[in-house]
Design a protein around this ligand. Structure first.
Ligand SMILES: [Zn+2]
Length: 270
């Protein structure tokens, strides 16, 4: 089998699915990781090199599609709230362009982000993947570190119109506390924006909790993941040195977090 894993940024696929990618390669399958938003500021040349090193460590190949990261394609995306819940009309056209880029890769099997956490670039890649592939050829992964926030995957599935086994959701206070503890939130959410972002989170939670029952998203087990696959993921994650301090503050120590974390399933959406 030949897999293409869609990665919004230069790190998402490996953070979310690195051990699974290592397992596919160990079983003799081919994996390409296509990063959509691989261009931006001066730091992106380094980030592309980090990505090539990470994927080489896993035995996967890297494709960089060359689109501009949100804050670099528009001055609109300047705050955490705008990046995680804003949307410009221009993104609709961007979805079509990314869909065409996916067609050009001709994936046999496509794995793409659920866009847990709501980053606009993740939502664009999610929508473009849905437009590019038949439902039977499409699996979704939970975006990490976003999906480590309590209830975050269930909130995203509800937003997409799907039920989830985690119903009712964890209490709102628990969801908010878990959100505020997550490393990337501590790095990127400015204190001045915090009350509005927490209020939005409360609204999404209330909407998700009171949705009528709808089609159920199906978790798909990852298959066998060995100790060596997990070790390969950690080696690959370490390659993204420029990102680690912000994602895992204060010192970028990601190993204990990954070692403690439970495996997340892949998802099939009906
Ligand atoms: Zn990302």
């Amino acid at each position: 089998m030949s897999w293409v894993v869609m990665s919004p940024h230069l790190d998402d696929a490996v953070l979310s699915l690195g051990a699974w990618i290592a397992a596919q390669i160990r079983s003799g399958e081919e994996v390409k990781v296509a990063t959509v938003f691989s261009e931006g500021g001066a730091g992106h040349a380094r980030r592309r090199r980090e990505d090539e090193a990470a994927l080489e460590a896993l035995g996967a190949s890297a494709i960089h599609l060359g689109y501009l990261d949100a804050p670099f394609r528009s001055g609109f995306y300047t705050t955490f709230a705008r990046i995680t819940s804003g949307w410009r009309e221009e993104e609709d056209r961007l979805i079509e362009e990314v869909r065409d880029s996916i067609h050009a890769i001709k994936p046999a099997q496509l794995v793409c982000p659920l866009a847990v956490g709501g980053h606009v670039d993740h939502r664009v890649v999610h929508a473009a993947s849905l437009a590019a592939a038949a439902p039977d050829d499409l699996l979704f992964y939970e975006d990490l570190p976003y999906a480590w926030i309590a209830g975050a995957t269930a909130l995203r599935l509800a937003e997409l119109g799907f039920a989830h086994e985690q119903r009712p959701l964890p209490p709102l206070e628990h969801v908010r506390a878990s959100f505020l503890e997550e490393g990337y939130v501590r790095s990127y959410l400015a204190p001045v924006d915090c009350p509005a972002v927490l209020e939005d989170l409360g609204k999404s939670w209330a909407t998700a909790n009171h949705r009528p029952d709808c089609a159920r998203a199906e978790p798909v087990a990852l298959g066998e993941i060995t100790t060596e696959d997990r070790a390969n993921q950690l080696t690959a994650v370490a390659s993204y040195a420029s990102q680690l301090d912000d994602l895992f503050p204060p010192e970028g120590r990601f190993e204990p977090i990954f070692t403690r974390a439970e495996d997340r399933p892949l998802w099939r959406l009906p």
